[in-house]
Design a protein around this ligand. Structure first.
Ligand SMILES: Nc1ncnc2c1ncn2[C@@H]1O[C@H](COP(=O)(O)OP(=O)(O)OP(=O)(O)O)[C@@H](O)[C@H]1O
Length: 262
């Protein structure tokens, strides 16, 4: 579904050249849930932005279903750490907004928004304003708005990073349910190893300086996954292995990053 081929990305910052990504190869199958872990600054967001069509490789190519990605498209929805909702519009109007922009008649767009709000557990909050919702509810509304475009790929950049631990667990379980029912392909960035394991069919670990893929591990926990999955003893093995990889990468990249910041 998605293919990143020998991608290198360099940014210029004044006189300095930042090698954000170096020779990254990555393929994501249709319907797969891929999670990405890695130390700060290893290029996770840059990679996601390329898949979204907001950044372009310096070398190499990024493709969706065999076609080069040349810009953002309705086939790919993005969800960020902070739910970007219009505070002056109701939750229903926020979710309906991309449909209205695409020319859907208002009544139809609002009916579709209500269906989507029900799917993310916000059926009773269509008339509320974003400021009246909790962080988790705002993230659900943002997800509903992204789903309104009927993307085939969801690109998620630490979407639960700003939530408290309990809400985060609930959101993880809801997302797996939603994904399982939808057939969506998901690429999900996180700093949380447990989250990466619980959600992912595969966990990719990136290393920094330069950003590259250092580990690609299949997670063979059965689906559907639920809160009980979280006490599966295999999780401990996955966690210990991924911790080792991350520790090694953080130690390796820290001196180089300190040097780059000087
Ligand atoms: N527009 C830009 N201009 C210059 N440098 C950039 C730009 N975008 C990213 N970088 C640099 O590229 C590197 C990778 O950044 P990126 O945000 O992709 O990392 P990340 O792994 O997502 O980090 P974090 O986990 O902290 O969000 C960093 O050194 C960053 O400073």
């Amino acid at each position: 579904m998605l293919e990143v081929k020998r991608v290198t990305k360099t940014f210029r910052r004044g006189k300095h050249v930042v090698n954000a990504l170096s020779a990254v190869d990555l393929a994501v199958r249709k319907g797969e849930f891929l999670t990405i872990l890695g130390p700060s600054g290893c290029g996770k967001t840059t990679l996601l932005h390329m898949l979204g069509g907001f950044e372009f490789p310096t070398e190499g190519s990024v493709e969706i279903e065999g076609r080069p990605i040349t810009g953002p498209g309705r086939d790919r929805g993005m969800v960020f750490q902070e739910a970007m909702l219009f505070p002056w519009r109701t939750v229903r109007a926020n979710v309906a907004w991309p449909l209205l922009v695409a020319g859907t008649p208002r009544r139809q767009a609002h009916a579709r928004a209500d269906e989507l709000l029900a799917r993310v557990g916000l059926a009773r909050f269509g008339n509320a304003y974003p400021g009246e919702l909790s962080g988790g509810m705002r993230q659900r509304a943002a997800l509903a708005r992204t789903l309104a475009m009927e993307p085939s790929v969801l690109l998620m950049d630490e979407p639960f990073g700003a939530l408290d631990a309990q809400t985060r667990e609930v959101m993880q379980e809801e997302l797996t349910r939603l994904w399982q029912a939808s057939g969506l392909t998901v690429v999900f960035i996180t700093h949380d190893i447990n989250e990466a394991i619980f959600l992912g069919d595969r966990v990719v670990v990136m290393g920094a300086s330069p950003g590259r893929v250092v580990e690609d591990r299949a997670i063979e926990l059965e689906r559907p996954r639920s809160s009980e999955t979280k006490s599966d003893p295999r999780i401990l093995e996955y966690r210990s292995h991924l911790w080792d990889v991350l520790r090694r990468e953080s130690a390796r990249s820290a001196p180089a990053m300190a040097e780059a910041g000087r």
